[in-house]
Design a protein around this ligand. Structure first.
Ligand code: NDP
Ligand code: 7N6
Length: 307
């Protein structure tokens, strides 16, 4: 793979200005330029947020996301295009966002912000606020996101239970269950937190049975991908009181449609797929690209290779 021209696809603008990454990578032994779909065709590699068919003309695509469910793996393989992703950089950002959700619910901060908007001085009921030490979080997925969440909420005194395909232990988790025992894992949790990738196996993994099994005072969090959850079942569970509330960063349809009842629910926090946002994002991605350019020069295997 001869790397002369690396394109920074304009779609990275969803997360940071393309020019920031372009200048961060300016010392690489290749030309780095911001490109649109057509410009990408002339590149050996492209760093991107979105997928475009034009990228099949490149040798290497780097996704600035960890989630690569939008990429057509079979087409890439058929055209001999390498795909690498950005797993490994979101532990602290997403961990802190999830800790923020948990603290908002326990200390009632979301309710206070909502009351402030109405100009209302409204104290919580005596039995609404609580503290986190001794509470249990069941974290679905024990990779970068799951471990980052376990680290940050664990430091707040929360007991962490992980769910992965095998029940093998993972550092940083107090207990691990296999996905086959998902219902058992969520049954006693105060918080159920999805950090999974979207795959054929995880599609709609969290369904009405999961919500029925959860405690009625439990909160649900999704920072993985929307379609991992049956969103209708979630809305039913919130409306019927089968669960207490939810914090959601990802949805079946994004942006979340205006008519979704989730917007109006008091015990629901909606964030616009930004759990991993940080002003350092372009640096974190740039370091991954630089690592792989170095590996290419040294004829080593790609880091974070998916296809
Ligand atoms: P990792 O590859 O580090 O971790 C994925 C984890 O999922 C592994 O622990 C794996 O465990 C587990 N897993 C995979 N399939 C299953 C399954 N069927 N049942 C149970 N566990 C499973 O990925 P990341 O943590 O970096 O990212 C995870 C996902 O989070 C991304 O794919 C993306 O969709 C989403 N994401 C969302 C962000 C946001 O902004 N909201 C930011 C970054 C990522 P094992 O192999 O042991 O089964
Ligand atoms: C941009 C979103 C991922 O999969 O969706 C997330 O990495 C990142 C911050």
């Amino acid at each position: 793979l001869d790397l002369e021209r690396i394109g920074v696809h304009e779609s990275v603008g969803n997360v940071f200005p393309p020019a920031e990454l372009e200048s961060y990578l300016s010392d690489l032994p290749a030309t780095v330029e911001t490109v649109d779909d057509d410009g990408a065709r002339d590149c050996d590699a492209v760093v991107t947020f979105a997928y475009r068919e034009a990228f099949l003309d490149c040798d290497w695509i780097h996704s600035i996301q960890a989630g690569v469910d939008r990429f057509p793996f079979d087409d890439l393989e058929a055209e001999d295009v390498v795909l690498t992703n950005s797993t490994g950089i979101h532990d602290r950002t997403v961990g802190e966002t999830v800790a923020g959700y948990l603290l908002a619910f326990s200390r009632r901060l979301h309710a206070h912000v909502a009351a402030q908007k109405e100009g209302e001085w409204e104290k919580p009921a005596w039995d609404e606020a609580f503290t986190l030490p001794g509470k249990t979080a069941c974290i679905l997925g024990t990779g970068t996101l799951g471990s980052g969440v376990a680290d940050v909420v664990g430091s707040l005194g929360v007991r962490t239970v992980g769910v992965r395909r095998s029940a093998d232990p993972v550092p940083g988790f107090d207990e691990i269950y296999a996905t086959d025992d998902l219902l058992e894992a969520v049954a006693d949790a105060d918080f159920v937190i999805v950090t999974l990738p979207l795959t054929d196996e995880t599609h709609q993994l969290v369904d009405s049975e999961v919500f029925e099994t959860m405690r009625e005072d439990a909160y649900f969090v999704n920072v993985g991908r929307g379609p991992i959850v049956d969103e209708h079942a979630l809305i039913d569970a919130l409306e019927s009181g089968a669960i207490e509330g939810a914090a959601l960063d990802v949805f079946e349809e994004e942006p979340l449609p205006e008519e979704s009842p989730l917007w109006e629910m008091d015990e629901v926090i909606v964030t616009p797929h930004c759990a991993a946002f940080t002003r350092d994002y372009f640096r974190d991605v740039g370091d991954l690209v630089e690592e792989n350019v170095g590996r290419l020069e040294d004829e080593e295997e790609f880091y974070n290779r998916v296809v």
